[in-house]
Design a protein around this ligand. Structure first.
Ligand code: T1G
Ligand code: NAD
Length: 686
């Protein structure tokens, strides 16, 4: 860590260098504080430019310090010191100015940035609120409405937008520091604008606050920080500066030690660790400059769109012209709807489509670097595809399957060059869902596995290595969740009550609504395959629904009934009758929301423990990322494994034992008992 001061005539340039992201650690705060004091005392200095070395401006407070009590100089003191500096400070921003980094920039009299920079206050994404004046100074600069949007969503603003709204005073096209020094010289000749603390704030109407509170609560779905951030902004609009600052700090310190903040920090660091698994350190991935997708169905078109979004030329292969035509128009449909939603411009959509080559001829794949297969979930169909790929593709091309349940080993059995094969399990819709399960087969070469992780970084996905088993990590746990959900129905709960409880827990939808959306037929196919393997999957009610062709929204009815053209789930008498018939002989119980949640979440954790025990997953945080990014488990609970550890593993085991005696769940597995005894899952990983 270094803070260097260089003098360009009467302008001092303070450069912070604290890799990787210039976080405001205690040492950085002290050094910047000292620099402010020294420069204020130096009569030769008329203005100060604050810049950062490396890839970004200050990306915030050092999140790694949050496990420890805050130490002086506290960030608000540094921010206050810079704001009252005798000489005007100019923040010169590149990369990201986030959280405490942007609060330091708000303390400066001016902010300049390169066009590619972004600024923001993402603290709510870490379960906290800005703690160094962000909720009080930003509304004085950007107005309350804009501040409410930025702070309660945590969404950053790109520099051109910030410049258009006056949050950034100037965009610097070329050399940032030189441009900032020139800017400083210009402003020295003019009256300086007031410090933000001295600027007035126009308080919006009560109706504004009521509407904002409703919108924030609807989005938060149980998260504490966004509504608390809104309360800070309201204080800033309705009270004097110092009172609002004190309220913000109090709120920040209260949330900093909260369970939600701890959970969101866990996810923050888990996401960053996931992209660089230690077991692949030093392994060089195969370079991917072109790709192909076999199968232009639900998954194939999403995968093709995701590859195009990463600027990879894509060849889409289908079995016949008709299917190919459908596939191409579905890919086009994805980009057209992105244009409609204002996500991309029409010319970008056209450029995306221009990069898609459509064919039914495998010969066109002789020179692609990566092929992802997404054809029917049928072993023989997939084996045939890989035999053909192994024959036409380059020996160093990476060949991947998107299978959900089939064993990658059997799919690739007998192909030439098995070391170039692996599973890449995307989630639907593949151009939206962030999760990518990466499934190495026994022969997969380390550099090919590393290519899966490199591809995830290219596509902006969260990669998780998963071992080979039925359903890998995510779908294996989903099977347990679905079985538990059925056990609840057999013992007296209703689909609506179970779904309401899980939505109350923070999921976007309950297990029955989710099945109706995705279709009950996919899991039915999987159970059929499992039964041919001699297994006994537990789905007594779903089997009955499928026997009556109740496959969900696509067939007008599943766990719920649906009116034509309407996706609103309606409780179904037919389903109640089917449940009653299946439940004969089962003991009935009263289920409240808390006990329903326990019946779903703790068996999920138990299966997660088994997955760690048999090394299908290497880290408990990987299991958390799979459930958060693939199955909607609430991020602010940290994922099931973190949530269980925070809840107390002994209590989890107790809850499992309480229902397992009635056959309503399996008792705690060895690995869970070990984790409880040793204080956590990581202590039992061998
Ligand atoms: N503190 C500590 N470490 C951090 C960090 C931070 N704020 N931000 C990133 N890192 C580490 C990260 O763990 C990784 O480490 C490496 O830097 C590269 O990160 C009072 C209290 C800036 C957009 O929420 O959004 O200020 O894995 O892989 O993709 O109001 O990092 O290499 O060991 O993500 O180029 C608010 C968080 C803090 C921003 C760069 N700030 N960071 O993305 O790299 S709260 C944030 C990011 C706050 C005040 C409050 C991104 C990035 P490692 P990376 P990237
Ligand atoms: P789908 O039925 O929508 O699409 C499959 C496509 O493959 C069809 O368009 C078909 O014409 C094409 N196809 C079949 N045989 C072919 C061949 N020999 N050559 C070229 N194209 C061929 O299926 P889907 O839902 O997209 O699933 C595809 C794969 O992805 C399956 O293995 C499935 O398990 C897996 N998957 C599905 C989901 C999901 O939610 N649908 C999620 C993850 C993984």
């Amino acid at each position: 860590m270094a803070v260097n001061i260089e003098y360009r005539g009467e302008i001092a340039v303070v450069t912070l260098d604290n890799p990787p992201v210039n976080a405001l650690s205690r040492a950085v705060r002290q050094a910047l504080f000292d620099a402010t004091e020294a420069l204020d005392a130096d009569p030769s200095v008329k203005a100060v430019v604050l810049a950062c070395a490396g890839r970004t401006f200050i990306a915030g407070a050092d999140v790694g310090e949050f496990e420890k009590p805050p130490e002086p100089p506290h960030l608000p003191d540094l921010v206050e010191r810079i704001e009252r500096a005798e000489k005007p400070w100019i923040a010169a921003i590149h990369g990201s100015a986030l959280g405490g980094g942007f609060e330091v920039a708000l303390a400066c009299r001016f902010r300049v940035a390169v066009p590619s920079a972004n600024i923001g206050l993402p603290e709510v994404r870490l379960g906290i609120v800005p703690g160094a004046g962000g909720t009080v100074r930003l509304p004085r600069l950007a107005g309350v409405e804009m501040a409410v949007d930025m702070v309660t969503t945590g969404k950053p603003l790109v520099a051109p937008e910030a410049a258009a709204t006056g949050v950034i005073d100037a965009l610097i096209e070329d050399d940032l520091v030189a441009g900032a020094v020139a800017f400083a010289r210009q402003v020295l000749g003019r009256p300086l604008p007031n410090r933000l603390r001295d600027r007035a704030i126009s308080a919006p109407s009560d109706t504004f606050w009521d509407a904002a509170a409703k919108a924030v609560a609807a989005r938060a779905r149980g998260e504490e920080a966004p509504p608390r951030a809104l309360a800070c902004l309201r204080r800033a609009a309705e009270q004097d500066f110092d009172a609002a600052i004190a309220f913000e700090r109090e709120t920040f310190l209260a949330l900093r030690g909260s369970a939600q903040a701890a959970a969101l920090r866990h996810v923050f660091f888990a996401e960053r660790a996931a992209t660089r698994p230690p077991e692949l350190a030093g392994t060089v991935p195969v370079s991917i400059r072109s790709a192909a997708v076999i199968g232009g169905g639900t998954m194939g078109v999403g995968i093709a769109a995701a590859l195009r979004d990463a600027n990879l030329p894509v060849t889409l292969v289908e079995r016949d012209a008709a299917a190919l035509g459908r596939g191409v128009s579905r890919v086009r449909g994805i980009f057209d709807s992105a244009v409609k939603r204002g996500r991309i411009a029409a010319d970008v959509a056209a450029e995306r489509m221009a990069g898609v080559t459509a064919t039914t001829d495998y010969a066109g794949l002789a020179d692609v670097d990566l092929v992802i297969e997404a054809v029917f979930e049928d072993l023989e169909v997939k084996r045939d595809v890989f035999q053909r790929l192994a024959a036409v593709c380059r020996y160093d091309a990476v060949l991947a399957t998107n299978t959900s349940y089939l064993d990658p080993e059997t799919i690739a059995e007998g192909i030439g060059g098995p070391e170039r094969f692996l599973g890449l399990h995307f989630f639907s819709p593949a151009h939206v869902m962030k999760l990518l399960e990466i499934v190495p087969a026994k022969a997969t070469a380390p550099e090919v596995l590393a290519t899966g992780f490199a591809l995830a970084r290219m596509l902006g996905k969260i990669p998780v290595r998963a071992g080979t088993c039925d359903g890998f990590i995510g779908n294996r746990m989903l099977k347990v969740t679905r079985a538990q959900a059925e056990r609840l129905l057999l013992s007296g709960a209703t689909p609506a009550a179970v779904d309401a409880a899980m939505r109350g827990f923070g999921l976007p939808m309950g297990p029955f609504e989710a099945q109706d959306l995705g279709g009950l037929d996919i899991a039915a196919l999987q159970r059929q395959t499992a039964r041919t393997r001699g297994e006994t999957p537990f789905a007594p009610i779903a089997d009955r629904l499928c026997a009556q062709e109740r496959f969900g929204q696509k067939s007008g009815g599943g766990w719920y009934d649906y009116a034509p053209g309407d996706r609103t789930p309606r409780p179904s008498d037919t389903v109640s009758a089917i449940i009653a018939e299946a439940a004969e002989g089962y003991p009935r119980r009263e289920w409240d929301e808390a006990s329903i949640v326990s019946m779903i979440v703790w068996p999920m954790v138990n299966e997660g423990a088994r997955i760690l025990e048999d090394k299908t997953a290497l880290r408990a945080s990987d299991v958390d990322l799979v459930k958060i990014h693939g199955y909607g488990f609430p991020r602010w609970r940290g994922g099931p494994m973190h949530y269980a550890e925070a809840h107390g593993l002994d209590r989890v085991i107790g809850a499992l034992d309480a229902v397992s005696s009635d056959g309503l769940a399996d008792p705690a597995c060895e690995f869970l008992l070990c984790a409880a005894a040793r204080g956590g899952f990581s202590a039992c990983i061998r």
